[in-house]
Write a protein that binds this ligand. Structure first.
Ligand code: THU
Length: 140
């Protein structure tokens, strides 16, 4: 995995830690799949979130969207995401779901790196690679 030069190793370590700490707060009584996500904002701030499930199942919010909503709530509508780290406490390979890819893309750039667990440990893909042909405000 090649980490972009824009992301310092120590920052990546902090992001992984923030994501893992957030995962410990997950509300996942139905799946027991505990996910955490940490966002590096262009201000250097780090914001994290966890998945929050619901008895209706469909209302469940993933860790990535939870973190993104938290970032906007704390820093306002102009937030931009420089990097994303997703972890889970289940030692499972797991990439962001389609809804989260679309949601993150709203506040990220095509080349924003997203780190997530794979079979070998961790991998990285850009937003553009994760969401080819995503819908954007350009179409409106
Ligand atoms: N989940 C996430 O938080 N992020 C993802 O990218 C995939 C899935 C959560 C939703 C649900 O609470 C649990 O993982 C099982 O799907």
């Amino acid at each position: 995995m090649t980490v972009p030069d824009s992301i310092e190793t120590s920052t990546l370590t902090q992001l992984r830690q923030a994501a893992t700490e957030a995962a410990q707060h997950a509300y996942a009584p139905y799946s027991s799949f505990r996910v955490g996500a940490a966002l590096l904002l262009d201000t250097g701030d780090i914001v994290s979130g966890c998945n929050v499930e619901n008895a209706s199942f469909g209302l469940t919010i993933c860790a990535e969207r939870s973190a993104m909503v938290q970032a906007v709530a704390r820093f306002g509508p102009k937030v931009r995401v420089q990097a994303v780290v997703v972890t889970n406490l289940n030692r499972a390979a797991s990439s962001p779901c389609g809804a989260c890819r679309q949601f993150l893309a709203e506040f990220a750039s095509a080349d924003t790196p997203v780190f997530f667990p794979d079979a070998a440990g961790e991998t990285m893909q850009t937003i553009a690679a994760l969401l080819p042909f995503g819908f954007s405000s350009d179409s409106l």
